[in-house]
Design a protein. Structure first.
Length: 294
């Protein structure tokens, strides 16, 4: 009997040891799959993000870019994400790619875009300042007039519908030279930011210096010829009356319409035109060549 009891105790100890060994091996296995101590949810997010990137990259390879409806030039769009977030986008067909940027109207900070377009599909990856992918636009279109689809976060956890309508086209222009009048697009946008600043602060003298004279504008409803800075300053409040001032103060300084007459800044019938001019004895510079305030 004593030998039987001893044998049973030994048997139990052996089973306990096996159980402990099995548990230890499982622990090692988990640690091996997670060498950096990253929790399971983070691993899942990374795996999902990698899977989504692979999926969209595969879709890009399948796009027949030779069937793209986009021709040389800038295509500017206005629309929304999730039906209630206004955005603007400008894209350009460069080689086999579609490049460009977009911004949320509330923030006005450009976000870089790069992708491809086929006959009826377009996929654009967006990137932040560090080059990190922050989202993907996948849209369809019958013509370039309208693009609609889904914006998706890189990890695939967020997705919202988007819809864009064509606002204007700048056909035939070289990439990076949409405004034609200068070698540097940013120079134009910087100039218009200055103009907006003068209008917002009511700096009549500085604004007067940016105008090509003589210039015709409406003063109290009648077309009036202004000969110089003094004429402009004297009639400033009648020219920049509240409604006109509000429009040009809120106008976007990006993705501007341009043609042989210059660059239009404003909205609808309330606008100003910008051109590069050569004042007597001075270097070429951007100036206001027309003011349509009614």
């Amino acid at each position: 009997m004593k030998k039987l009891i001893i044998s049973m105790v030994c048997f139990v100890m052996v089973l306990t040891g096996c159980s402990s060994t099995s548990k230890s091996e499982n622990d090692v296995s988990v640690q091996t799959n997670n060498p950096d101590g990253i929790n399971t949810s983070e691993n899942n997010q990374q795996s999902q993000s990698a899977s989504n990137s692979h999926t969209y990259s595969s879709l890009l390879r399948d796009i027949e870019t030779s069937q793209s409806k986009f021709e040389k030039g800038y295509y500017d769009y206005q629309g929304n994400i999730n039906n209630n977030i206004p955005v603007q986008m400008s894209i350009y067909p460069l080689g086999n790619d579609i490049v460009g940027s977009y911004f949320y109207e509330k923030q006005r900070k450009e976000i870089e875009l790069k992708g491809k377009a086929g006959e009826n599909i377009m996929i654009l990856f967006e990137y932040d300042d560090t080059g990190k992918n922050t989202g993907i636009f996948q849209g369809t279109m019958e013509t370039v007039d309208r693009i609609a689809g889904t914006w998706t976060s890189p990890d695939g956890k967020k997705s919202y519908p988007f819809a864009l309508a064509l606002k204007s086209i700048l056909p035939g222009v070289e990439y990076g030279k949409r405004y034609r009048v200068t070698e540097n697009d940013q120079e134009v946008e910087d100039f218009l930011n200055e103009i907006q600043g003068y209008i917002l602060s009511g700096n009549k003298a500085k604004l007067a210096e940016q105008i090509v004279y003589p210039i015709y504008v409406k003063v109290d409803g009648e077309v009036t010829k202004l000969q110089n800075n003094d004429d402009f300053i004297q009639n400033y409040d009648q020219i920049f009356y509240p409604e006109f001032k509000q429009v040009v103060s809120n106008a976007f300084t990006k993705y501007l319409f341009a043609n042989s007459q210059g660059i239009m800044f404003g909205e609808g019938m309330y606008n100003m035109w910008i051109n590069e001019v050569i004042p007597t004895g001075r270097k070429p510079q951007l100036m206001i060549s027309a003011i349509n305030n009614a």
